[in-house]
Design a protein around this ligand. Structure first.
Ligand SMILES: Nc1ncnc2c1ncn2[C@@H]1O[C@H](COP(=O)(O)OP(=O)(O)OP(=O)(O)O)[C@@H](O)[C@H]1O
Ligand SMILES: [Mg+2]
Length: 344
């Protein structure tokens, strides 16, 4: 469990103070993959560096597994940090060391003897799928393999928490998926809590249980990933979601919809649903019950953490009273309905 309590971070800038984090409060439950997403400059890296006190917060406390890191002596903090591993966007491997020796480094630094090091490192290389590459140098392996080395090295000191700052941002989509699958596997098999910093909603969708959206140093939205996808509340969240769920109608369609709405005929709705809502013929049932005409403009069915998730833009035509009844009924069925009354 990680608790970030009332954390603020100020840096001295050329034009005065930069408030990189403003009264951030977050709780990361043990064993979860927790995503922190935000635009560039939102404060994500600052926040993740604050969790292991690489940057000490100006205000507030960090509590990891019951220990308040912000009030530990430097010796105790060094010890506590061994429970927190970290991986980076650019892997940060030592080019003069082999794959094996990169993973062994934290153990060497901790004074472990060679036979014990071998005993610890070989299974880690197996876990990340690099046994065959153990004697290669970083220049002789791919980006995805480098990140696997980074992950194995982070796991060497048997941490309970893994912090990841844009660990897949330098990788292509296929390699990203493989690394995210690996992180998920480690999360499950080792019961490791993972905090994942990213600017890509795709990463959140693939691997996170819960997400917090950071904007200008503030947490503007947080919740289980499926809930945030169903009902994004903040405009930044919606903008970031635009990459994975079409939020915008194609231009030609937009023009036609605007025309119909201007004539006062039709309601533009966004429907979002998960699980049973996806399987049940909710839409056709709605059309029958309320004698409506539903024109599906745009949509997609996807999967988030094994749960079906659908998002549709619909132009509903018919008696306005019946449209209102249909919306109420859809909501009773667990469908999130949002009226997009205007098209701009
Ligand atoms: N050591 C520092 N000194 C001064 N300002 C800093 C320092 N570190 C970060 N900042 C500022 O704090 C703000 C947040 O930076 P941060 O690196 O945390 O953003 P980020 O969300 O990680 O962005 P990106 O997605 O580009 O990595 C920025 O305005 C940045 O310029
Ligand atoms: Mg960053």
């Amino acid at each position: 469990m990680i608790e970030i309590r009332n954390v603020s971070q100020r840096f001295a800038g050329p034009q005065g103070w930069i408030e990189a984090l403003h009264n951030v409060n977050l709780t990361v439950p043990p064993g979860e993959v927790f995503g922190i997403i935000g635009r560039s400059g939102a404060g994500k890296s600052t926040l993740v560096r604050t969790i292991n006190l690489l940057t000490r917060p100006t205000e507030g406390d960090i509590v990891v597994n019951g220990r308040t890191l912000t009030s530990l002596s430097s010796a105790d903090l060094r010890e506590a940090r061994r429970e927190i591993g970290m991986i980076f966007q650019h892997f940060n491997l030592l080019s003069s060391r082999t794959v094996f020796d990169n993973v062994a480094l934290p153990l060497e630094l901790a004074g472990m003897k060679r036979p014990q090091i071998e005993e610890a490192v070989l299974p880690l290389l197996e876990l990340v799928g690099l046994s065959a590459q153990k004697d290669r140098y970083p220049s002789q392996i791919s980006g995805g393999q480098k990140q696997r080395v980074g992950i194995a090295r982070a796991l060497a000191s048997k941490p309970k928490v893994l912090l990841s700052d844009e660990a897949t941002s330098a990788l292509d989509p296929e390699t990203t998926r493989a690394i995210l699958d690996l992180l998920r596997k480690i999360n499950r098999e080792l019961n490791l809590t993972i905090v994942m910093i990213t600017h890509q909603m795709e990463v959140i969708k693939q691997v996170c249980d819960r997400v917090a959206v950071l904007d200008a140093g503030r947490v503007v939205e947080t919740g289980p990933v499926i809930d945030v996808f169903l009902q994004p509340r903040h405009e930044v969240t919606r903008a970031l979601l635009g990459d994975v769920i079409a939020q915008e109608l194609p231009p030609a369609l937009k023009a036609r919809v605007a025309e119909r709405l201007a004539k006062g005929s039709g309601h533009l709705l966004r429907l979002a649903f998960t699980g049973t809502g996806v399987d049940q013929p909710v839409l056709s049932e709605t059309i029958r019950r309320f004698e409506l005409d539903f024109n599906i403009l745009h949509g997609q069915i996807d999967e988030i953490q094994g749960q079906a998730f659908g998002s549709l833009a619909v132009l509903a035509g018919g008696d306005p009273v019946k449209v209102a009844q249909a919306i109420a009924w859809l909501r009773e069925q667990g469908v999130v309905v949002e009226e997009l009354s205007h098209v701009d």
